[in-house]
Design a protein around this ligand. Structure first.
Ligand code: TYD
Length: 205
């Protein structure tokens, strides 16, 4: 199917502690060094719906899983139409630290994945999604080093359920590519680059 944009839409995914933000920054720098324009963005956004989501994630507001799932879907629809699509239409590369696969993997622990997919149908699939795969104990070590533990998604065993969902989704969705995230930062960055570099030909700018 022909895309409706000239840019390239890449998303970076994985369980908490997989190194998404670090790898997003490195990837953006590498693409920029080739002279291409890159928009780096993330979900939850810092917009109005994203701010409510953060208050839920911090435990300040109580929630039901389906309320959180609907908020993530609304935040994403807002994010795509207000930031991502305009950049893609200008031919830019957009890298989003989390997008639709986060909802399918995380909310899919508590809710049917088919329903989560349905409520996200306003937001198109990315051109490419890099799933940085790490096991729960590696992720936990990294989160502990970082020292900003969050309670809601970081309970024992939950990360493995989320990881399992991610890997199942990767088997079914052709636009998801799994990268081994256990190695040092540079090594993981090189693995990501091997997947992304050939796709940059699709970008005209
Ligand atoms: P995270 O990337 O950790 O944000 P930050 O680095 O700013 O703290 O994302 C916040 C959490 O939200 C993370 O645990 C994953 C979760 N999440 C979902 O459950 N569903 C979603 O659709 C998204 C985008 C994130």
């Amino acid at each position: 199917m022909k895309k409706e944009w000239q840019g390239l839409f890449i998303t970076i995914e994985g369980i908490d502690g997989a190194g998404l933000t670090t790898q997003t920054t490195i990837l953006a720098d590498r693409i920029r060094s080739l002279g291409k324009e890159v928009l780096v963005t993330k979900e939850p956004t810092s917009g109005p719906i994203g701010q409510v989501i953060r208050r839920i994630l911090s435990g300040e507001i109580k929630h039901e899983p389906c309320v959180l799932a609907l908020l993530f879907a609304a935040d994403r629809a807002y994010h795509f139409s207000s930031e991502i699509l305009p950049a893609l239409l200008k031919g830019q590369v957009v890298i989003s630290d989390r997008y639709i696969l986060s909802s399918l993997a995380y909310q899919g622990v508590f809710l049917p994945v088919s329903w989560v997919k349905e409520v996200n149908s306003c937001s198109p699939d990315p051109d490419l999604c890099i799933l940085i795969d790490v096991d729960e104990s590696t992720a936990r070590e990294r989160i502990e080093k970082r020292g900003n533990r969050r309670e809601i998604f970081e309970r024992e065993g939950e990360a493995e359920l989320i990881r399992r969902n991610y890997l199942e989704l990767a088997k079914k969705l052709s636009w998801v590519k799994v990268v081994d995230g256990r190695g040092p930062v540079d090594q993981v960055a090189n693995l990501i680059w091997k997947v992304v570099e050939p796709r940059l030909e699709e970008v005209s700018t």
